[in-house]
Design a protein around this ligand. Structure first.
Ligand code: ADP
Ligand code: MG
Length: 189
C-alpha cells in the first residue's frame, strides 16, 4: 500500500469557501476516484499555499482507504532517485515500482528547473506510466512556463502531451491560506 504522504489531511478538512476558484463539484467527482480507475491524471496548478498538496493528499487518502497502492513523492526527490537508479543500473526496476502503483502523486514540479538528464528521465517515467495507473501532479508553474522547468521546449511538450491526454486540470487562482491563519490571529489587518 506504500504511501509517503507528508501529512494526513482529508478532503473533508478542506475549506472550499476560502477558495472559490475551486469547483467543489469537480473535487467531489475526483473523490469518487473514477479518474484512478480509468487511469487518468490530475494536475493541480496554482501559486504557493493555495491547497494543491492538501487536495492531492486528500485524494491519496481516499485511494488508501480503498486499499490502493499509492506513493507520494516530491518532484525533485523523484528525479534524484531516477538519476541515481540510472547511474546504478537499476532504472528498469525503479520504473517498475512506479508503474505498479495505482496512484503516483508527484508534488511541486517546477520549484526548481530540471537539468537535461533529469528532464529526460522524468519524461521516461511519464511515458511509461501513460495509461498505466494515474498520476496526480502539483505545480506552481502554468503550462506555458513548463519549457522553463524542462529547459527544453520539445521535451516539455512531450511530457505535457502524455500527461494531459487523459486528465483533469484544477487551476487554483486564490489567495494563500497562510493569510487566513494570520488574519485570524490579527497579524494582518
Ligand atoms: P500548496 O501545496 O498549494 O502550496 P498546501 O496544500 O500545502 O498548499 O496548503 C498549505 C497549508 O494550508 C496546508 O496546511 C493546508 O492544509 C492548508 N490549506 C490550504 N488551503 C486550505 C483550505 N482551503 N482549507 C483548509 N486548509 C487549507
Ligand atoms: Mg504544496
Amino acid at each position: 500500500r506504500y504511501s509517503g504522504l507528508p501529512f494526513h489531511k482529508t478532503l473533508e478538512e478542506f475549506d472550499f469557501s476560502f477558495q472559490p476558484s475551486i469547483d467543489r463539484k469537480q473535487i467531489m467527482e475526483l473523490k469518487t476516484l473514477r479518474f484512478m480507475y480509468e487511469k487518468e491524471n490530475v494536475v493541480f496548478l496554482g501559486p504557493p499555499r493555495v491547497g494543491k498538496t492538501h487536495l492531492a493528499v486528500g485524494l491519496g487518502m481516499e485511494a488508501l482507504r480503498e486499499g490502493k497502492k499509492i506513493y507520494f513523492v516530491n518532484a525533485i526527490t523523484l528525479v534524484d532517485r531516477l538519476k541515481k537508479a540510472f547511474v546504478e543500473r537499476h532504472f528498469e526496476k525503479t520504473i517498475r515500482f512506479y508503474k505498479s502503483l495505482d496512484l503516483l502523486i508527484i508534488d511541486e514540479l517546477g520549484y526548481l528547473p530540471l537539468d537535461t538528464e533529469g528532464a529526460k528521465l522524468f519524461f521516461e517515467l511519464v511515458s511509461q506510466k501513460y495509461e498505466q495507473g494515474s498520476i496526480i501532479l502539483t505545480s506552481n508553474r502554468s503550462f506555458t512556463e513548463w519549457d522553463k522547468i524542462f529547459e527544453d521546449e520539445v521535451l516539455a511538450t512531450a511530457v505535457l502531451d502524455r500527461l494531459l491526454h487523459h486528465s483533469m486540470i484544477v487551476n487554483i487562482r486564490g489567495k494563500s491560506y497562510r493569510l487566513k491563519e494570520k488574519q485570524k490571529t490579527g497579524f494582518i489587518a
